[in-house]
Design a protein around this ligand. Sequence first.
Ligand code: GLC
Length: 484
Amino acid sequence: MGLKVLIVSVEVAPFAKVGGLADVAASLPKALRAMGHDARIVMPAYGKVLHETTEPVREVVKPFDTQVNPYWRARTTLHETSSDGVPVWLLNGVGLFEHIHTSEQIYSPNRDAYLFFSRAILAACEKAGWIPDIIHCNDWHTGFVPVMLRELAGPEWDETASVFTIHNLAYQGEFGQDTLDAAGLPQSLFTMDKLETFGGVNFIKSGCVYADQVNTVSPNYAKEITTEEYGFRQWGLMRDLDKLGRLRGILNGIDTDFFNPSTDKALTFNYSADDLTGKARCKETVQRELGLSTDPNVPLMSVISRLSDQKGFDQLIRTAYGILGLPAQWVVLAVGDPWAAGELHKLQAEWPDRFRFIERFDAPLAQRLYAGSDIFLMPSNFEPCGLGQLIAMRYGTVPMVRRTGGLADTVFDGENGFVYEHKDPRDMFDTITRAAKTFVTDKPKWNELVRTGMTTDFGWEERAQEYVKMYQDALLARKTAAKI
Ligand code: GLC
């Protein structure tokens, strides 16, 4: 019999997306349903979704009250829509999420909105008469769900296990000790083995301590976060979880129905590994669209990313003059850090014939760039998994990455991409040069790299099975705990 799995995430594609978390939160449940599990999603009911989605939306239960703490009872609504056959619950506390209409606003709610969301999930399941076997939480905003499940939920929840997925350890949700009062939890839980962290309360630690199983999104990042360099002050906890057999790495997949160059409707020309003519035309179209010269022999390099320290923009900007000295075209599609944006605008003003910076969220343009580019640059300083390199390879665009996190698990130098080792702009520059040179001078090698990437399976099927294994381990841990 299939498992009842509730996936909890504050971003879910296509409704509300900032980064890769949104894609994973949408595509993993789709794969689980294909395997016969009853997977559903719950997310905050942003105004953007509730009022703007083209999918039908229905009210699941009449509005009810959620008692978050003795001083706060929040009026709660629960609606349902769907995405590719997956039921998506939209949960709102009046005044908390409905004002959110753009991707930029998704992370504007405060701590208490997330505490409400966590508490209300349990109440909503009870009202709807659907108690899941597994609650699968993602990133710090959902860190208090496993805590409330164990500390506050009634006996009908005794057999429900929770798992927590770290998509990015850099964001932990750190607040003061008063978080416990705000969450309706007793101060007696403010101890190091439970909810205290460096004198305050930390959402990600709380989720990891209380969840029956924890994972991150690649095997290599699972190792890295047990070290001081990548552990963001939580490496001790990660080491403990690892020793207890409660930490693992499961590589992300991508939705290969959606990301498919032979059917993608965002492209004017479709293509496959057997016939790449359409790809050459996609390149020409995107070059024209961006006002770049349409020479097929000049490598088109792209970055589709968030402007943040994580993604290596510090390195790219420091090396920009070198990169722009290469006989190549370079396009950056990203929003985020204002300093990096300012620098990139300056570069565009200086190099209008070969550089474009497009500062906006634009999913269709992203698709056109994945298809039309030759080289995909991803020089991350750290990278839990990374989806960009997987999408790029699916579209026959060869990734150039730093050997870190999930990039090290998916891109192999000379096989399907170009890889460098150190956080060193020189190393990065040499590798970009090597990629551009291979494109221009060694077509047989290039075609081999392209085809290897395009024919590798990055789908969810196998990876979803690893999640099911983790769910089963979590249920087993729960049963054992219940006996004690
Ligand atoms: C975060 C990470 C990225 C990962 C994604 C989905 O955005 O930075 O590496 O691929 O989550 O798990």
